[in-house]
Design a protein around this ligand. Sequence first.
Ligand SMILES: Cc1cc2nc3c(=O)[nH]c(=O)nc-3n(C[C@H](O)[C@H](O)[C@H](O)COP(=O)(O)OP(=O)(O)OC[C@H]3O[C@@H](n4cnc5c(N)ncnc54)[C@H](O)[C@@H]3O)c2cc1C
Length: 431
Amino acid sequence: MPDVVVVGAGVLGASIALEMQRSGRSVTVVDKGVAVGGGSTGSSSAVVRYNFSTLAGVISAWESAHRWWSWADHLDVPEGIGPLATFHRRPMLFLEPAGFDRAHMVGLLEDVGVEWEVLDREVLARRFPQLDTRTFFPPCRPDEARFFDDPGELLDCVVTPDAGFIDDPQLAAANLMDAALLHGSVLRLRTRVVGLATVGGRLAGVRLADGSTISAPVVVNAAGPWSSELNRLAGVTAEMAVPTRPLRQEVHVVPSPDGFSMDDGGVMVADMDLGYYSRPQPGGTLLVGGVEPDCDPLEWLEDPDEASPTPTVECFEAQVWRLARRLPDLAVPHRPTGLAGVYDVTPDWLPIYDRSSLDGFYLAIGTSGNQFKNAPLIGQMMLDLVDACEAGHDHDADPVTTDCHHIGRTLNLGTFSRLRTGVVTSGTVLG
Ligand SMILES: Cc1cc2nc3c(=O)[nH]c(=O)nc-3n(C[C@H](O)[C@H](O)[C@H](O)COP(=O)(O)OP(=O)(O)OC[C@H]3O[C@@H](n4cnc5c(N)ncnc54)[C@H](O)[C@@H]3O)c2cc1C
């Protein structure tokens, strides 16, 4: 019998398995899919940035970045094992929407020690001549007449030079899982959890679709967009002050204009003025996704398996034409190119890393489109939480903390409680 069952072999489940196994617990990971990282993780844009609206968000992203930068050391696997995912350092330009509270954002960056710089309007326009750096605010849909109005004043921007992206998110999950397997974890793909086993009110394992049971005293829900269904099976839904819902999201791929590709030093852009984000990728293309401007409908799903994987013309035009307003040399493809993925979202767009009222059942869910970047730390956070709670600590009353040794900070996991109320955040994928 394993000490821990992790449900979900995405980047979070793999990271949790690695840290639990390294700490001496035996781990079995089960996933209903056919490959590691085949859920949200495989569709991730894998952007690593630091501008979150909570201190805990900035600390976890900055600590995780240090782990991405030393990925082979973090995995601690013998040299020569498989290809490893790579972090590509790319400055992130944060183009501010009208009325944005810059002082709050840069105050958190400053507190944690993340380098940042304001590029005032003249500097921004001079340094990035490919960009039209005037304001188009507020974001609107391309079928509104206003979409093609002349832009207004020039924008200022905050740049974080140490941001970047992981070139292959599914490979990153596979790296973590391979490391966990080397330490002795067991992986069972094509294995669907359909229920939780309990004995005397305490969790005792998972029930599988083939009718068998894996007994274990600890189960971690890392089921991504399917996590609320697992919570329902565990009977812990009613206690959640913070519910989660699956949301379909599209990311499009377009050719990079000259001067804006990876090879030309192309930067990443979080464009809150127009309502999209973009990043270059190897091969001369750009990814473009959305940041939930008020004018865009959100595609909530009852069942993540209902999501169409095919990009739609409407979403493609909204996101890519916004990018084309900012990058006038962009050649817009004639038909939608890209992918659609699903992630589970909380009302405040912060994740949930927590215990539950079912002793032994833990939650690493509600990743709200922004937690790929934090995967290297989340394994340790869940290990610290499980260690403390299984030893009888009352995390709900006295939150567990995690040591972020690369940056010399301590992370209070209470920020990610399922019981939190009233946390003020961006209310978008920015977290
Ligand atoms: C389009 C898109 C863009 C994104 N961009 C970014 C970004 O730029 N930066 C960033 O930081 N984050 C980003 N994210 C978010 C990030 O990718 C996710 O937060 C992260 O990948 C979640 O990983 P996970 O392991 O929790 O979930 P998943 O990768 O979804 O893994 C969950 C796994 O659980 C399995 N499972 C579910 N239910 C069961 C069951 N009952 N039995 C067995 N197995 C089960 C599934 O098969 C799945 O493999 C993006 C996400 C999407 C979809």
